[in-house]
Design a protein around this ligand. Structure first.
Ligand code: ADP
Length: 234
C-alpha cells in the first residue's frame, strides 16, 4: 500500500514556501523562510571583531551560528535557552554554510548568524539553513554560492519529501523509518547530510535525486527574494 499523506501532498511535493530578505533593519543581513507551518528568521551581524579573543583566527574569518527555538514555537512551551539539540543544530548549520563562504579576507573577525525558529512543524534545521544562506547573501558576505536545504524521509519502503511534524512523529514510531536533512549548492554539491537510521544505497540515491529536484525549486524562491530586495532599493 502506498503511503497517503495527511495534507494531500504528493510524495515528492514540498510544503508551500515563502521567503523574504531585509526583515530586520538593524541587522547587516536578514531573512525569513517559511515552509508550511515552520518559520525561521535569520539575522547576520558582521564581519566584526571576534570575541572571545582566543577564538580569533589570524588566517581567516569565522562563521558562528546560533540556532534557537523560541519557547512559543511548539504547542508545549520549550524551556528557553541553549540545550543539547540547539547546540548540535548550531554546529551543523555552520558546517552546512561554511563551504560556500569566502572569509579569507576577514582575519580575526566573526560573522554571527542568529537563527530563531518562530514556529516549529518539523524541518526547522533546513528552514534555518535556508534563511541563514539568504541572510548572509543579503549582508553582502562574499560567497561562492548559496545553499539550499531540505529533508526527506523513508517510511518502510516509501520515500517522502519534506516531512511535517505529524509525519515526522509517525515516521519515528514506524519501523525502518529514517529522516534525512540534506543541504546542497544549486549545482548539486552536498555540504550537509544527516542520516539517522538505515537506508539502502539504491534508496539513498533516490532520496538524493528527490532532494536535488526540491532544492532547485527552493533555490529559485531564495533567489527571487534576494532579487526583489535589490529592486525595492532602486
Ligand atoms: P527538525 O526541526 O530539523 O526537523 P528534529 O527532528 O529534532 O529537527 O525535530 C522535529 C520537530 O519536532 C521540530 O521541528 C519540532 O516541531 C518538534 N520538536 C523538537 N524539539 C521539540 C521540543 N523540545 N518540544 C516540542 N517539540 C519539539
Amino acid at each position: 500500500m502506498t503511503y497517503k499523506r495527511k495534507d494531500g501532498r504528493k510524495l515528492d511535493e514540498l510544503r508551500p514556501i515563502s521567503a523574504k530578505v531585509g526583515v530586520i533593519p538593524n541587522a547587516d543581513g536578514s531573512a525569513i523562510f517559511q515552509s508550511g507551518k515552520t518559520i525561521a528568521i535569520a539575522a547576520v551581524y558582521g564581519p566584526r571583531k571576534m570575541h572571545p579573543q582566543h577564538q580569533q583566527d589570524p588566517t581567516k574569518g569565522k562563521l558562528r551560528c546560533t540556532y534557537n527555538m523560541m519557547s512559543f514555537s511548539v504547542t508545549d512551551r520549550i524551556r528557553p535557552g541553549i540545550n543539547r539539540r540547539s547546540t548540535e543544530i548550531s554546529k551543523i548549520t555552520e558546517w552546512a554554510l561554511d563551504p560556500v563562504l569566502m572569509l579569507e579576507n576577514y582575519p580575526n573577525k566573526v560573522v554571527d548568524v542568529f537563527i530563531n525558529i518562530i514556529q516549529a512543524d518539523a524541518g526547522t534545521r533546513c528552514a534555518g539553513i535556508n534563511a541563514a544562506a539568504m541572510a548572509l547573501a543579503h549582508a553582502g558576505i562574499p560567497m561562492k554560492n548559496i545553499v539550499t536545504s531540505v529533508s526527506a524521509g523513508k517510511m518502510d519502503k516509501t520515500l517522502v519529501l519534506d516531512l511535517d511534524k505529524y509525519e515526522d512523529s509517525e515516521f519515528k514510531e514506524g519501523e525502518g523509518s529514517t529522516d534525512i536533512p540534506i543541504t546542497m549548492t544549486p549545482d548539486g554539491k552536498i555540504t550537509h547530510f544527516q542520516l539517522d537510521g538505515k537506508i539502502s544505497a539504491k534508496q539513498l540515491n533516490e532520496i538524493i535525486d528527490m532532494a536535488q529536484k526540491a532544492c532547485k525549486e527552493i533555490y529559485e524562491i531564495q533567489k527571487k527574494a534576494l532579487k526583489d530586495s535589490i529592486e525595492e532599493k532602486q
